[in-house]
Design a protein around this ligand. Structure first.
Ligand code: SAM
Ligand code: SF4
Length: 469
């Protein structure tokens, strides 16, 4: 792959962002209330409006923003949380991102790439815990070209084991050229995710000193090329802690607007990971713009309100307490039972941490997370129905199509949750889960839908699998 940045221009207006953040500081309560209402009325916010939310200092107004995000999540998306796991395929990397345990100059990182047999073993280990959705993660290395990524995805899809299989694979890998994306698309991927890390070009260039990733513009254009190759299910993100989070949230909004204006489709998901400690990586001990827990909660709420129709992903980088709290402000997907060392799911040992990209904050098992979600009134969902039925952009449809959540999302969440409970759960989770399902079925207003769900749940109990609307 040859990097060519001819003709690529940045769509991040640094000066405008800085100006808006100053101009919109100290907006009165009435303006903040109107902005929240605009979002509750199902509109994306304009940059000036997001800047006004970002600049709020008054604790009461901050609270109002978080309440607004909570209301939006409850009203539009309901109480489902989609679950997935990351699968690290290889940690070799030719870049030198200063914050990453996999960077080329990190001598403490033990390099490793799964071979075919190991990849099958890892997949089986994940299937055996009940997972149905993965994100496959790769360092950037000539070994991990588009063909290799496509082949490894295919291997995962082909691995059927005991009662399960992986039904949706998303990707987090380096940006490709258009031809590369076409190859990866051909094996049926879900979302292609690329984080810009920081949208502040000068900072980006300092923190990515070598390798292909040192080109800010090549990366920024990465999702445009994916669109041109026909992949319209895309994930954007910024790694929080590299530069001021206020700037990054504004830039995520500008990236969304750019994709919408250029291709008519915005990003499917937004991620906002915070930097975690990584072995051999001093930088991670003192990120220059560390985001406090309070600011983190606010930034999640602001992203929810700014782009009300995207999925939001919260990873196990965050500790349990933060995960539980932030779930309420609009998160739609979380990973659970995650391991991020190459080969960890099937063979965890003392050396594992040397093969991991960073240290996780939430190391609970999938079953424990599900138990707690069910007790908290959330429906854990393994739904892959839109993707498999060819309905792309499900978060947008949930948002935009009246009745979509009631017709598809909630019933499918209940069916996939029941499937998990019968095949994989512990006794206590089974009990808590079945109670939750009964309660949720009672809430279905449409009588024919209710009957259909009850029938399908009975089929599921009798042994039929993979039922969905
Ligand atoms: N190598 C590819 C790339 O850089 O785009 C894809 C995978 S990389 C392993 C996945 C993401 O992990 C990066 O985009 C970055 O945002 C995040 N990451 C790297 N180091 C991290 C750290 N110390 N803590 C939290 N997230 C980190
Ligand atoms: Fe390599 Fe990605 Fe880590 Fe950068 S973030 S060092 S490209 S694995």
């Amino acid at each position: 792959m040859k990097i060519n940045i001819e003709g690529i221009k940045s769509f991040i207006p640094d000066a405008t962002i800085e100006a808006l953040l100053i101009q919109e500081a100290n907006a009165p309560a009435s303006r903040i209330r109107d902005i929240i209402q605009k979002s509750l009325d199902k509109n994306r916010l304009d940059p000036a409006e997001t800047a006004a939310l970002i600049s709020v200092k008054d604790p009461e107004l901050r609270q109002m923003i978080m309440e607004g995000a909570r209301e939006l999540k409850e009203r539009i998306y309901g109480n489902r949380i989609v679950l997935f796991a990351p699968l690290y395929v290889g940690n070799e990397c030719i870049n030198d991102c200063v914050y990453c345990g996999f960077r080329i100059s990190n001598e403490e990182c033990q390099r490793s790439t799964l071979d075919h047999r190991q990849l099958v073993e890892e997949t089986k280990a994940l299937v055996e815990t009940g997972h149905k959705r993965l994100i496959m993660v790769y360092g950037e290395h000539p070994k991990y070209d588009a063909r290799y990524i496509a082949d490894t995805v295919q291997t995962v899809y082909d691995t059927k084991y005991k009662k399960g299989e992986i039904r949706r694979v998303n990707i987090n890998a380096a940006p490709m050229d258009i031809e590369g994306y076409r190859i990866v698309k051909s094996v049926g991927i879900g979302t292609y995710q690329i984080f810009q890390e920081t949208y502040h070009q000068k900072t980006y260039e300092k923190l990515h000193p070598r390798g292909p990733k040192s080109s800010f513009l090549w990366r920024l254009d990465g999702l445009d090329r994916a669109m041109k190759a026909g992949i319209d299910d895309l994930g954007i993100g910024a790694l929080m802690g590299l530069y001021d989070w206020r700037f990054e949230v504004m830039a995520l909004l500008y990236h969304t607007i750019h994709l919408e204006d250029t291709f008519g489709v915005g990003p499917h998901t937004i991620s906002f990971p915070r930097i975690e400690p990584a072995i051999g990586t001093d930088f991670t001990q003192h990120p220059p713009f560390r985001v406090s827990d309070e600011d983190f909660k606010l930034l999640v709420a602001i992203i929810r309100l700014s782009v009300p129709y995207t999925g939001m992903i919260l990873t196990a980088r965050e500790p349990i307490e933060i995960r539980n709290e932030v779930l309420r402000f609009g998160v739609s997907q979380i990973d659970a039972g995650s391991s991020i060392g190459v080969g960890d799911y099937s063979h965890k040992d003392d050396e594992s941490r040397k093969k991991a990209q960073f240290v996780l904050g939430d190391t609970r098992s999938l079953d424990d997370v599900i138990y707690e979600l069910a007790n908290g009134g959330y429906i854990p969902s393994f739904c892959t129905s839109c993707y498999r039925a060819g309905r792309t952009g499900e978060h947008f449809m949930e948002f935009a199509i009246p009745g979509f959540v009631k017709k598809f999302c909630t019933p499918n969440a209940l069916l996939t949750f029941a499937e998990y409970l019968y095949d994989f759960s512990s006794q206590r989770t089974l009990q808590a889960g079945l109670e939750l399902i009964d309660h949720e079925v009672d809430k279905i207003e449409d009588e024919s839908m209710k009957k259909s769900v009850i029938d399908k749940l009975a089929e599921m109990k009798a042994g039929t699998r993979d039922l969905y609307y």
